[in-house]
Ligand binder design. Sequence first.
Ligand SMILES: O=C(O)c1ccc(O)c(O)c1
Ligand SMILES: [Mg+2]
Length: 687
Amino acid sequence: MKPSTSSSPVSSPVTSPVTSPGTSSGPSPQAARPRARKGVATVCLSGMLEDKLRAAAAAGFDGVEIFENDLVVSAMSPESVGALCADLGLSVDLYQPFRDFEAVPDALHAANLRRAERKFDLMERLGADTVLVCSTLSPHATDDDGLAAGQLRALAERAAARGIRVAYEALAWGRFVNSWEHSWQIVRRGDHPNLGLCLDSFHVLSRDPAPTGIDTVDADKLFFLQLADAPRLDMDVLQWSRHHRLFPGQGSFDLPGFLAQVLAAGYEGPLSLEVFNDIFRQTDPGPAAVDGMRSLVALEEAVAGIEYEPSDGRARPRIELAAPPPAPELLGHAFVELTVDDESAPQVSGALTALGFVHTGRHRSKPVELWQQGGSNVVLNRDDRGGGSTGTDGQGAAGGVSAGAGTRTGTGRAEVVALAVESRDPEQSARRAEALLATPLPRRRGPEEAELTAVAAPDGTQLFFCPGGDASGPDWRADFVPTGTGTGTDHGTEGAVAGVLGRIDHVALAQPNDQFAGSMTFYQSVLDLRERDFAEYAAPFGLVRSRTVGNASGEVRIAMHGALLRRGGWAPSVPDPEHVAFATDDVFAAARNARGRGLEILPVTDNYYDDLDARYAPEPALLRDMRELNILYDRDEHGAFFHFCTGILGSRVFFEVVQRVGDYRGDGAVNAPVRMAAHRQARNRTD
Ligand SMILES: O=C(O)c1ccc(O)c(O)c1
Ligand SMILES: [Mg+2]
């Protein structure tokens, strides 16, 4: 696993410039609006209360929801929690939850009011002015809206005396009240200025993926907004909510549509993340809070992109949403950089040579080589610190990968340390990345070295932005002195080396399970990529999940994969391999050429080809060629996919050659178990 990089604190997330009202009279649609405040519930994060608060502040949140249990278990007094929040620049936006209050017999109601008064005392000490009351699950409650409304009104009356507001939230599994519409009816019926609604996207969207009418709620009754995404799962809704919530953009809920409605109603309060997730609860709260903040900025950007016509009945949001610089178009992968050592370098360069690559350039000042073929550029970096080829200090490459028992083939270090994409505007790509909380990488520029803009991804991978198309900017290839072996031109190593392989098709990065969602959010939001493929498959040593994200043209694709659980002790402790896939128009010629140059293509079992025959009945000659050359196959409704792999090179990389036929969307994930078993088998042979 690569070391994760800490992200820089962000004190003021980017918002679009507030333009002056201009010369026209009357209110301008561009009139200054307050910026949307961002919040996070302490329940989203791991650690003691103070760890959570510090992480929230460092990630740039404006406020927090204090979850009752986080306070109950804390040794800090409510006053000192409030003081710490103030020191950290956080407002205490909500105290939550207050449970099982409404629609109970009188005696219990009196006890509930007493319980509430003690919580109001606590909130005064804490400095919190809004309490969340979630719809009751009490066995003593009755199905009586009038009683519920009356008791909530009595609560609001007591709260008002303390300057406190009561935000009523319908839990999706509430005993009698489980829809936002029902909670809104009760709030209206309760009719008290200190009684309003808390809307939680999970409770609303888990029941109805496309709710309507939220924009008709009175703005002054929308007391609080909690945001969470989730995958669509067919399961008990309480379990779904308590274990599987995700940050916005990481699941399948339409959060932009939901938030747009809430804002159209005139909501001006905080946008607050409330995500119960088993993994986030257990990971370092610092990076987790940054992931949450990044997802919120991306959500605000998505909502800001929704057009509001004066005639469509929807009001523009009253608050100013984050507006990172738009993502410039990406034209493809510029290069991939692998770190190698003395042991792995000959394996990696041997495989590249067999695949038809040519070592065309040597870095001016570092032990770094450029290998090229037909638009694919691979940089091999032997710098111990790694990441040194392109002007950074190489934090991403620090720390070795330990290859465990059973990896007789290639124990030398080899892994992907950097990805470079071609952007129509590299400077803007970098500004966008920073607005989305990417850590800028310091540049270590030597004489005559291109100063590329780069940021660190949460998984430690360095992400470079290179000029593409007619964008001006430094040419990273100028850092390399031609070796004379390529068809280099005056511009050093710019000329393509002709061969059967074309451009880089995709790069696959291994992700530990606890980093998976965060990495997805990072690559998707920073590079403006969309999900192109999702798969879960049973590999020999456990379940593997893979997701591919790409741009609209398909020229940039990043595949992420990882085991769902830490490997069992008995399984080989090999790090998940990463790979670089090169595109070709003739996979059979590519395989024959590579074999002719001595490459041992990863052997595929006979059973696989028998199964292919059964499933697809390919032409016998085609099947024979695939079998002979160890070429794997997949297809979807848009096209077909042929591919083959090398063995594992060094500790954890391999190369793949792929041919897309038609508009095939995936990247052969269905064959991953076959490939993983084959890699394992190949290792056994050399044990
Ligand atoms: O799962 C719960 O109990 C719970 C508590 C408070 C909330 O705001 C919520 O959405 C769920
Ligand atoms: Mg909630």
